[in-house]
Design a protein around this ligand. Structure first.
Ligand code: HEC
Length: 282
């Protein structure tokens, strides 16, 4: 009985699936005919851009930190980004890892006002930062909410490349064309960047609350590098790669050491095996 009924039950489900598919196809047919997709394109799907590739010295399993660049990136954070973004997972003394001396770290910490909680009185008093303090929270009064930047290169797809593209990617909405030559305002004439937001095709919804933060010479680099917007964006992206994982390079180095040891142990094991199982000479 089951043998006879089985195929019919199967057929019933197969027809059900076919019916659902046909129904969907009929409903979507006009959209498909008009756009060549099953869903109508939105400004985001047609004009959002993926980050441009960014090469950093810390990339790849043999990467190393470029401390000059990390210091330049910190200078960008210190001169520009800190007005709006905190960096709460980083402490001032961590900066010694990117090549600042103890005295320099002390001097940098002093330029920040850090709230300290006094356990005896329960009061919070703000004082000059000390090397052991973390970067302080930021009070931001503008539009939107600037995220903490400590882990941002881990939190966003594209990491450092995204940060670099976002910072250099502001554009004029009027006349904006994507790489295929499609013009935003021709395809979506009703679209307008809301007041207080800024058009940036690298941002997921194309309009970001952060005003373009970088300008040429926004910082004066102590190593003499020319501070163009692109240079500043690359440097701060490199710096934020470090803040998100200061142990990155160390982790790779330890990995190689472990692999080397395993290789050595394998050779040793193989040689012992050959010795132990060697044919006895007569
Ligand atoms: C005037 C304040 C201001 C300054 C200065 C500023 N930002 Fe922002 N930033 C914002 C705000 C506000 C947002 C939130 C934007 C939103 O959600 O629309 C933001 C968001 C971001 C984001 C996250 C974007 C995302 O995908 O969510 C990154 C990365 C960022 N800023 C990096 C920087 C860097 C690096 C600097 C320094 C070069 C900087 N910002 C300077 C206000 C600022």
């Amino acid at each position: 009985m089951v043998r006879i009924l089985g195929p019919f039950i199967g057929l019933f489900f197969a027809l059900g699936a076919l019916w659902a598919f046909a129904n969907g196809a009929i409903a979507d047919a006009p959209v498909l005919a008009q756009y060549g997709h099953f869903t109508a394109p939105t400004a985001e799907t047609v004009f959002h851009k993926e980050p441009e590739a960014l090469r950093l010295q810390s990339d790849g399993p043999f990467g190393t930190w470029n401390k000059e660049q990390l210091q330049r990136g910190f200078a960008v954070y210190d001169n520009v980004c800190k007005a709006c973004h905190s960096l709460s997972h980083v402490s001032f003394r961590d900066l010694e890892q990117i090549g600042y001396s103890e005295a320099e770290v002390k001097a940098i910490a002093k330029t920040y006002q850090v709230p300290h909680y006094n356990a005896a009185t329960g009061e919070v008093a703000t004082a000059d930062g000390k090397p052991t303090d973390h970067f302080p929270p930021v009070v931001y009064a503008g539009q939107g909410s600037p995220p903490d930047l400590s882990l941002i290169t881990k939190a966003r797809e594209g990491g450092a490349a995204y940060v670099h593209s976002l910072l250099t990617g502001y554009a004029d909405q009027a006349g904006y064309k994507n790489d295929k030559g499609q013009e935003l305002l021709k395809m979506f004439p009703d679209i307008k960047t809301p007041d207080g937001l800024h058009f940036n095709p690298y941002f997921a919804n194309l309009n970001i609350a952060m005003p373009p933060p970088l300008t040429d010479d926004a910082v004066t680099y102590s190593d003499g590098t020319k501070a163009t917007v692109d240079q500043e964006a690359q440097d701060v992206a490199a710096f934020l790669t470090w803040t998100a994982e200061p142990s990155l390079v160390k982790r790779h180095q330890v990995g190689w050491a472990v692999l080397g040891f395993l290789l050595f142990a394998t050779v040793l094991a193989y040689m012992s095996k050959r010795t132990i199982w060697a044919e006895k000479e007569h």
